[in-house]
Design a binder for this molecule. Structure first.
Ligand code: MGD
Ligand code: MGD
Ligand code: SF4
Ligand code: MO
Length: 736
């Protein structure tokens, strides 16, 4: 575990992390000297282990409690995803728990949707209202007319409720607005997606290639730790990003690619690997099919060809191809996570997968490990009964053959009457702020207006709650127990979330809300347990896990498993051929390109820039921008614009500007960051700012909301993901 806080801060150094280091806050986050906390001790009455929910990585936490208050949150040294450390956000959990703007009582709408008038009611009244609504939908339109939107771990109780109710319309923007194309691209190639947490063996990589993935700003804890560790051990780094990201600052090669052209670069890299014989011949012979077709396909995809598209000089393409190949098989081309960019995203991630196959990195140490998992039997529930109707997440007559989850934006479209095979008439919204998460927010509003019922289960008065008929205040993750977490990972483990303190105000845990609703709509049989602790411990017990140890330590870790070919694992490819499919027959059969083809994206018109967005290292989307503790470091976003482009517009660094998109949608004002660290054909801002919900008293009115500017998308025809980097903006001085 050999990296120091200094090394970490160097990783986070160029972003807001620099401010963190400077303000002294970093020491609060990373422990005195950043070393893992061996024995955290306690400066209070007790330490309760649990896992984090400030994002979806689910790091193990130790929560110190004094006089009934959580005083600090540190990483659990025993938990494989935190190993004694948290990212800045995880330590800021108390900023959510003690947020004065939290939802405190159930609310029932008192006037039309979108107006902000609510009445505080008791739980019994709120739950009766929701139950009546659910019964009404079932009788009038059938159970499939109800959709659940969900993000976050507490969503499991509501997913179960929806299946029991009889609807398959369970959707999350974290699929079709995030990692969906990557899962499809890798599954088509290797027979398996990369999942979350991703099975990247970054700590052992000798070369890491990042396309967009802006690690250090994207702060998934274990990944950033492993990234820092690999770099400290001398791993090479190639960063492909139109912006000089934090990661680019550590790179051996930064390729400031023209946005939307990564597929051309990838094909040219594949060309060089094959032309120069640099690929892993033994591995490909043994495990892959379609090499000849691939060779033929990329014969003309030369570095010179790619240069015109990408603006990356051919010598640089050749040099980096050799650099990647020099480290194989411990050469990891990161699959990306938020990959819904240009509508050809599954094909782009297919090219990433193919490149990894040529490097022989799948299943290899320093590439992608083949994860292990504790066998945790499902809770022995009553059978769900008849199969529900397939989800209504595509326009009439349309299918996305390679989607493996429901398309959140499609469910939204299906809520506008007459567009899909059947209409969605009610939404339960758990832990997702759809007005910020789904593109084309006008469409989201229109869909909401057509619904019979919309219920929001949230912890904060986020934008979505302002549109709900009933708002149910959930207890935060520090006040509740949820489902066990036992994801596939390098070491098998199972972790428990348990209440650290009692729920504040009149908030209630999700499991309780779901069970109460089930009881009111005749589905009590599906919720036979007393509470979620009983539920979780029954599962743990059935798996033969030591429940006492789990509750004491927060986690039970299984025996180290063999997870790479080097460890003796024989990889299994769940594809039709049983092999890695460089050439994809299923794609050909479905009428798609069996090998990825590059089509240049539309160029921004003169005077306009392509709008790009990403993450702040100290925030998670808009879910933490009201967190006063985290906002000490970053309380607003800025518009990144190339310095020369700003000069040409007569705009100065730091000046207040407004961003106007191709459809004349104007952003909230924000400060301009005129910088050489971005190409001159694009503009960039951090997502999650520009809140207008009146109840978010801190975040409201700070910075600009990128989602409002995403008024068009390009849909991935393979799996329905919404490419969102296809909007163009001009930049104007803010008028006084
Ligand atoms: N601190 C923090 N960490 C997070 C999150 C968070 O909210 N906060 N969210 C988590 C989640 S859910 C996700 S999905 C991930 C997202 O994190 P990533 O998957 O790393 O992010 P992206 O949004 O894909 O990438 C943003 C980067 O891509 C670059 N980019 C934009 N267009 C292009 C292009 O055409 N080509 C290339 N090569 N680069 C381009 C941008 O300049 C930016 O640096 O982060 C996770 N980690
Ligand atoms: N324009 C634009 N759109 C994007 C992105 C982007 O970069 N730009 N990123 C995309 C990506 S990668 C993703 S993954 C999605 C994520 O988008 P979402 O699915 O919306 O995820 P969050 O923003 O984390 O969800 C925030 C909501 O969860 C609530 N919440 C927080 N904790 C809890 C809890 O414990 N219980 C309950 N019930 N509610 C809670 C918050 O108050 C807030 O209302 O957005 C996607 N959409
Ligand atoms: S990466 Fe950070 S915010 Fe996400 S779960 Fe881990 S500590 Fe929490
Ligand atoms: Mo995401």
């Amino acid at each position: 575990m050999g990296y120091t806080r200094r090394e970490f801060i160097r990783i986070a150094g160029a972003g807001a992390g620099a401010a963190a280091a400077g303000s002294g806050l970093a020491s609060r986050w990373w422990g005195a000297d950043g070393d893992p906390v061996p024995d955290p001790g306690t400066d209070g009455d007790k330490v309760v282990p649990s896992f984090c929910e400030l994002c979806f990585w689910k790091c193990g936490i130790l929560c110190h409690v004094k006089d009934g208050r959580v005083t600090k949150i540190v990483g659990n040294p025993k938990h494989p995803l935190s190993r004694g450390r948290l990212c800045p956000r995880g330590t800021g959990g108390t900023g959510l728990l003690y947020d004065p703007d939290r939802l405190k009582k159930p609310l029932v709408r008192a006037n039309g949707r979108g107006g902000q008038s609510f009445r505080e009611v008791e739980w019994s009244e709120a739950l009766d209202r929701v139950a009546d609504g659910l019964k009404g939908l079932r009788e009038k339109y059938g159970p499939e007319s109800l959709a659940l939107y969900t993000h976050g771990y507490g969503g499991s109780w509501f997913k179960h409720l929806l299946r029991a109710y009889g609807s398959a319309n369970v959707a999350a923007p974290s699929y079709a607005q995030c990692r969906g194309p990557r899962e499809a691209g890798f599954r088509l190639t290797f027979g398996q997606g990369v999942g979350s947490p991703e099975n990247t063996d970054m700590e052992n990589a000798r070369c890491i290639t990042l396309l967009g993935s802006h690690l250090g700003e994207n702060m998934h804890n274990t990944q950033v730790q492993d990234f820092a560790l690999a770099l400290s051990r001398g791993a090479g780094l190639v960063v492909v990003d139109p912006r000089f990201s934090v990661a680019a600052g550590k790179a051996d090669h930064w390729l400031p690619i023209k946005p939307g052209t990564d597929l051309a670069l990838l094909l040219a890299w594949i060309h060089v690997l094959l032309a120069e014989g640099l690929y892993d011949r033994d591995y490909v012979d043994k495990y892959a099919v379609g090499l000849d077709k691939l060779r033929e396909h990329v014969a003309d995809k030369t570095p010179e060809w790619a240069y015109t598209a990408t603006t990356i000089p051919p010598e640089k393409i050749v040099a980096t191809a050799r650099f990647l190949a020099g480290a194989r098989p411990a050469s990891l081309v990161h699959p990306g996570r938020h990959v819904t960019w240009y509508g050809d995203d599954t094909q782009r991630t297919r090219a990433i997968a193919i490149l990894n196959a040529l490097l022989g990195s799948w299943g290899r140490r320093g590439g992608f490990f083949l994860p292990a998992q504790l066998p945790l039997p499902k809770y022995p529930y009553t059978h769900y009964g008849t199969e529900p109707k397939p989800p209504a997440d595509a326009a009439k007559g349309r299918v996305y053959p390679f989607a493996d989850e429901t398309i959140a934006s499609g469910v939204c479209d299906a809520s506008i009457p007459g567009t899909a095979d059947y209409d969605i008439k009610g939404w339960l919204v758990y832990g997702t702020n759809l007005l910020l998460a789904l593109p084309e927010p006008e469409k989201t509003r229109k869909a909401i207006q057509a619904l019979d019922l919309i219920v929001a289960i949230d912890v904060l008065p986020a934008e979505i709650t302002g549109w709900a008929d009933v708002v149910l205040p959930e207890a935060t993750y520090l006040e509740r127990c949820d489902e066990l977490d036992a994801p596939p990972w390098r070491v098998p483990f199972a972790a428990v979330r348990q209440p650290v303190v009692e729920p504040m105000y009149d908030s209630k845990p999700g499991w309780w809300i779901a069970r109460e609703l089930a009881h009111r709509i005749g589905l009590a049989d599906y919720f036979p347990w007393k509470d979620s602790v009983e539920y979780a411990m029954q599962r743990a017990h059935a798996a033969g896990l030591d429940c006492d140890a789990m509750r004491r330590d927060g986690v039970v870790v299984g025996a180290p498993a063999a997870v790479t070919i080097e460890d003796g694992v024989e990889p299994v490819f769940d594809t039709p051929s049983g092999k890695i499919e460089l050439y994809s027959q299923p794609l050909a059969d479905a009428g798609f390109d069996p090998l990825p083809n590059f089509t240049p994206p539309e160029e921004p018109p003169p005077g306009m820039f392509r709008l790009l967005f990403g993450r702040s290292p100290v925030h998670t989307f808009g879910r933490t921008t009201n967190n006063r503790f985290l906002s000490e470091v970053a309380s607003t976003n800025e518009l990144w614009l190339n310095r020369r482009a700003a000069d040409e517009l007569g705009l100065a660094d730091g000046e207040q500007v407004v961003v106007v998109n191709q459809d004349e949608v104007r952003s909230e004002p924000l400060a301009l960051r005129a910088t050489q660290r971005i190409r001159s054909d694009c503009a960039y801002m951090v997502h999650g700012y520009g809140h207008d919900a009146p109840g978010l008293r801190f975040a409201r009115g700070r910075g600009a909301n990128d989602t409002r500017l995403v008024t068009r998308t390009k849909i991935d025809p393979l799996m329905g993901g919404t490419g969102m980097n296809v909007n163009f903006v001009r930049v104007e001085r803010r008028q006084p």
